[in-house]
Ligand binder design. Structure first.
Ligand code: FES
Length: 172
């Protein structure tokens, strides 16, 4: 029963998204012949509206404008400023750079993989967490380094990680 309700809610959410996406596409449709630059502007508007680029929007652009979907995906993936996945309520980022790795940041990454049940680059199903890794935060002497919602935590081990996460989890 709950699954059916969830599916209906998702369908409703997608319909609302499509309505908004169509309105944004309307503003650009005339200019699609201008190529690449217009698509970037369109992506920026979609990104601003949703805080990411829903896959549904690429499908709509492809259908309405006759641009191959693969081209739209490659373009959106090429730019770091665009995300193809919704961002969770909290954003956690672990440094996987050499110095942090030597100080066992791999243990932190593995713990988060198993605790959040996602791989880096993804968002949990309940949309509470988006988990990512970076190559270096530039403060290597303080590693392993973890950043959550703009707050930096130094010399994080599994015990400290547990304490930090509890703080954010209690804040749900
Ligand atoms: S390697 Fe982690 S902060 Fe530089």
């Amino acid at each position: 029963m709950r699954r059916i309700r969830k599916r209906k809610e998702n369908q409703l959410e997608i319909s609302r998204q499509i309505e908004k996406i169509d309105k944004i596409i309307d503003r650009y449709e005339e200019r699609f012949k201008d190529g690449h630059k217009v698509l970037i502007e369109l992506f920026q508007d979609i990104n601003q509206e949703f805080n990411y680029i829903p896959k549904e929007s690429l499908i709509r652009i492809s259908k309405r404008c006759g641009i191959p979907l693969s081209r739209l995906f490659s373009l959106a993936k090429f730019y770091n400023s665009f995300r193809l996945e919704k961002i969770g309520k909290h954003h956690i980022c672990v440094c996987a750079g050499t110095t942090c790795h030597i100080n066992r940041s791999d243990k932190i990454i593995d713990e988060l993989r198993s605790r959040l049940k996602i791989e880096p680059g993804h968002t949990t199903e309940d949309e509470n967490w988006t988990f990512e890794t970076v190559h270096c935060f530039g403060v290597c002497a303080h590693g392993p380094l973890v950043e959550i919602d703009g707050n930096y935590y130094h010399k994080v081990d599994l015990k400290k990680l547990d304490e930090i996460l509890k703080k954010y989890e209690n804040d749900k």
